[in-house]
Design a protein around this ligand. Sequence first.
Ligand SMILES: *[C@@H]1O[C@H](CO)[C@@H](O)[C@H](O)[C@H]1NC(C)=O
Ligand SMILES: *[C@@H]1O[C@H](CO)[C@@H](O)[C@H](O)[C@H]1NC(C)=O
Ligand SMILES: *[C@@H]1O[C@H](CO)[C@@H](O)[C@H](O)[C@H]1NC(C)=O
Length: 433
Amino acid sequence: MHWLLPTIVGTALTGTALSQTALPFPSSCSNVASARYPYTVDSAWQITKIASGLRQPRTIIFDPLGNMLVLQAMSGVSVHTFGSDGCINSTQTIIQNAGLNHGLSLTPDGKTLYVSSVTQVWAYSYDAATRQTSNQKTIITGMSPGGHSTRTVAVSPKNPNIILVSTGSNSNWDYASGNPSTGRACVKTFDITKAPADGYNYNTQGTMLAYGVRNEVALAFDPNGHAWGVENSGDDFRRTVNGQSTDVHIDNPAEELNYFGDPESPRTPNWYGYPTCFTVWEPSLFRDTTSLKTGSQFVVTPNATFNDASCNGISNPPRLSFPAHIAPIGSVFDKNGTNLYVTFHGSWNRQPASGYLLAEVPFTKTAEGLYDPVAPPDSKTGYKTILSAQNPGSCNAAACWRPAGVSWDNAGQKLFVSSDNQADGEIFVMQKK
Ligand SMILES: *[C@@H]1O[C@H](CO)[C@@H](O)[C@H](O)[C@H]1NC(C)=O
Ligand SMILES: *[C@@H]1O[C@H](CO)[C@@H](O)[C@H](O)[C@H]1NC(C)=O
Ligand SMILES: *[C@@H]1O[C@H](CO)[C@@H](O)[C@H](O)[C@H]1NC(C)=O
């Protein structure tokens, strides 16, 4: 149901907050610097920059009144109201904490806000009408401080007492993380109603939703409330067979779109392969075999007891693959589950560079009522680029547009996407023409 009437909320703080969803699409916003880096946009979409000068905006969400909340890494959380022109009309910091670096999620009732640092998750009471937080509580402690540092937090829309929290591996090859008790390279769920007074210990408590996921930064829920993750896979890969080693890294392993299912009923098995079973993007680079295709599982060093085929049945392969190194870090479904939108932050382990784009992944509903990508698992064309840095092949982290946060407004009409380039943290609004 679309919200057609503007919601007017009086507050003592900054005057009037207009529900963003009833507002026009702004063709430009005065006092907002022009885009810091050139980009190209799909001809079916319009785009306008609405914010500049943020500190690494990593995650964008909306409260029930249509105000936009942004996690700015190494700074905190800001809230932005919109004016009648559809541009941002006020900005205030609601949490100041230089330790925050990625995770931000709000319960559907808009009353409980979660944020994360490398090692902890906190909850706050949030009031959308006054746009203020109070009552900080520690929910999770003890997450591994090493290696991949973001800890995505996502409230389950099906049961908002459950939160999902992901932790990456502590290095490219975190062999110990194959054991789920390390609490690394995994996504766990926690029931907030049962949280101990001093918080859960991430590694020893909670429920394992998925392990063997190297760095599952992007989490999203389809309209059934089933969870999906987009995974950053490994770097500098070589394939070694009978002592012969070949560099396959330029187009392998694939980044992965994984299906986790109902957050309260983990799949069996719930191991997704890391650090043993990986996914092929470009099969032609595997000179020792012709039996691999895009989406196949492989091991880097097959041996007498464990080869590529050994992954079948024990490791969940991704449902869809993306090119190597393009670095998915944000994802969101549209309202009716027709598409998943994924931000790809851009590669460092590939020349020419790749990624630096926002992709649309078409989904369909199966006869069983499940949401599923349109493309088959061996497809290389299961997504479409709708926004991209202008010359991604020559990009690097310092010199390009770097898509990070992505979120629909409450009506599902406008898509907001951030770039967390340190030279200028920007937010853009997009809409299909
Ligand atoms: C922005 O907010 C101020 C004060 O709340 C209000 O007077 C002004 O009309 C708003 N601007 C727009 C464009 O809505
Ligand atoms: C064979 O490969 C598997 C999977 O990579 C590994 O766990 C095992 O240690 C290897 N065995 C030998 C004898 O190297
Ligand atoms: C689903 O939502 C999108 C975006 O709002 C819209 O373009 C599309 O027509 C909708 N599809 C269906 C089947 O309702």
